[in-house]
Design a protein. Structure first.
Length: 265
């Protein structure tokens, strides 16, 4: 049974230095997994089908695994423009190519501004939404006729949940690779081990919160239209003894090759 317990990262009062350190640790941790490459392969298939050339990443944090996904997408022939968004935005400058930018104001994934156009992506963040909010995220994409991709990095299985016990050790090993390096962050890792405990708890709860593919499909119930298609399933990766769920929604082009206009809410 899915349990929507609290996560530290969801708390608006969490000190910024801890929130940022947790975000940046996750960016480093994803480099050690094959998941970004698996997500990129699935996302590339949707881009091939829809012909879209822009992404709106929701819940980007400190970019998380998105940068890794974009690097892997290039191997599939896709170099989309991407806008990083978050409810707690992170400052960032456009890259040298101008293809990546950080949206400066908060963006709620449940009500994305229509001006933000492109495939909506959520990498390892959808479990943060309780069922009612998760459905609202999907409904907003459906009603605006925007493609959406939900990819998780966690799984509500006994093996995945048990693997959470390794998180404190991984934090101790990987935190020195987090950039920019901060003496205060290292203090909260090794002298007063606040960060290993916070990241362990959030990692464990993330597994317990993760929707199954079947539950993701149920969240789309009633969001049906001839010009919109949902797909759910699981992704597996070599070296990882778990499968992770995904969901995609996309407009179906008509015979003239045009995507239907968005419906009103």
């Amino acid at each position: 049974m899915r349990r929507h317990l609290f996560e530290w990262m969801d708390q608006p009062w969490l000190p910024g230095i801890l929130r940022d350190a947790m975000r940046r640790y996750l960016s480093v941790a994803y480099r050690a997994t094959p998941l970004p490459a698996q997500w990129a392969r699935a996302l590339a298939a949707l881009l091939d089908e829809t012909g879209e050339v822009a992404l709106v990443d929701l819940g980007s944090g400190a970019d998380g695994p998105v940068g890794l996904v974009l690097d892997a997408l290039a191997a599939h022939g896709h170099t989309p423009h991407v806008t990083f968004t978050d409810l707690y935005p992170v400052d960032g400058s456009p890259d040298a190519t101008g293809r990546r930018r950080h949206w400066p104001t908060p963006v709620d994934a449940r009500a994305v501004p229509p001006s933000l156009q492109g495939v909506r992506t959520l990498f390892a963040v959808f479990h943060h939404f309780a069922p009612a909010d998760a459905r609202t995220v999907l409904r907003d994409a459906f009603e605006q006729r925007r493609s959406i991709c939900v990819f998780e990095g966690t799984s509500r299985t006994p093996v995945a949940i048990a693997s959470s016990l390794l998180i404190p050790l991984l934090v101790l090993v990987m935190m020195p690779a987090v950039r920019p390096r901060s003496a205060l962050v290292l203090c909260f890792t090794y002298l007063v081990p606040v960060l290993p405990l916070l990241i362990f708890w959030d990692g464990l709860v993330s597994h317990l919160r993760t929707y199954t593919a079947e539950e993701l499909s149920e969240l789309t119930s009633g969001l049906d239209a001839p010009d919109y298609r949902w797909s759910t399933g699981y992704l597996s990766a070599p070296g990882i003894p778990i499968v992770v769920p995904y969901l995609t929604g996309r407009c179906v082009r008509d015979v003239a090759g045009e995507t239907p206009a968005a419906t009103s809410a």
